[in-house]
Design a binder for this molecule. Structure first.
Ligand SMILES: [Zn+2]
Length: 182
């Protein structure tokens, strides 16, 4: 199990290996917010509780560049694994169909790989849309695409313990936890 690292503002940042979390605590860069009950970790001189949540002592600015990157893993997670045109979930796709990345403004017509221009589409809808703009073919995404908050991306493919989920809920509200857990 990994340790949830919070920013000084309590904003959930990422999951780190327990050893790295301990090093941050020993170096005075982080404090333990919650530890696993009845579990200790030994280092050369210290006996420490096994951290489940740590909080950085100093606020860390999260670079914008990280937030802008579009990968299919995060894109499909943002769109909750549903084709944004026909609405089918990936589990409802037929044999030989798959989820793909569709560009609202096609790349061939100058569209970019930006969060606001990409949506999850099943391969059939993607083929049907082809090189058209949404207005030209009457295919509009169910949810207008926006750049997701980076934390949703970071968590989309990871498992949270109940204690860790509590901190996500505190910061982002219960809807964020539900979305992350699908
Ligand atoms: Zn579709």
């Amino acid at each position: 199990m990994r340790c949830l690292a919070l920013n000084a503002s309590f904003e959930p940042l990422t999951l780190v290996p327990v050893r790295r979390a301990l090093r941050l605590v020993i170096e005075g860069k982080a404090e333990i917010v919650e530890a696993e009950r009845d579990q200790v970790v030994r280092s050369a001189r210290l006996l420490l509780p096994r951290p489940a949540i740590i909080r950085l002592v100093r606020f860390v600015h999260v670079p914008r560049r990280f937030r802008r990157q579009v990968t299919n893993t995060f894109l499909f997670a943002r769109d909750e694994y549903r084709c944004q045109y026909c609405g089918r979930h990936q589990f409802e796709l037929r044999h030989r169909e798959c989820l793909t990345r569709d560009h609202l403004v096609p790349v061939s017509r100058g569209g970019g790989n930006l969060w606001g221009n990409v949506v999850t589409a099943c391969s059939s809808c993607n083929t049907r849309k082809g090189n058209h703009l949404p207005e030209e073919c009457g295919m509009h995404p169910r949810v207008p695409p926006v750049e997701p908050h980076f934390v949703h991306l970071a968590w989309a493919v990871r498992r949270l313990t109940d204690t860790q989920a509590k901190y996500i809920r505190l910061f982002y509200g219960p809807a964020a936890v539900r979305a992350l857990r699908g």
